[in-house]
Design a protein. Structure first.
Length: 128
């Protein structure tokens, strides 16, 4: 069940989800508009679904979304891209992806690539 908005330290606002079946939580943290949003949780807790729905809900909001898939299999990442294409979300979404078959050094750089994109759009005054 999805909980309400939760106030985290230093004024960070997020949504806390508790998946009752496994007593495992997924946390979605950002500044309320999704900036620098991080979805964390254990395996098989529908993090990809949460991220995909969050991106789809940004349509018409003048927001740039960045989806990062790091170390995943090709099939789930392709499914996310297909869903985003079918719903018209690729017009405002950047996908940064690297499969689990890639060298560890490349996978290591993916979060830094995301951070660089965030900073670029921050400096050109776009909402990301």
């Amino acid at each position: 069940m999805a909980g309400g908005l939760v106030e985290f330290e230093e004024g960070t606002i997020g949504i806390a989800l508790n998946l009752e079946s496994n007593n495992v939580g997924v946390a979605l943290m950002g500044d309320g508009r999704g900036q620098r949003e991080l979805v964390i949780g254990d395996r098989k807790t529908d993090k990809t679904t949460v991220a995909t729905h969050t991106i789809l809900n940004q349509q018409g909001q003048n927001v740039i979304c960045v989806y990062v898939g790091n170390g995943q299999k090709v099939s789930p990442m392709a499914q996310v891209v297909t869903t985003l294409q079918e719903r018209g979300a690729m017009q405002y979404t950047i996908v940064v992806a690297e499969t689990g078959d890639s060298p560890a050094t490349i996978q290591y750089l993916i979060p830094y690539t995301r951070a660089h994109l965030d900073e670029y759009f921050m400096y050109v005054n776009d909402t990301i």
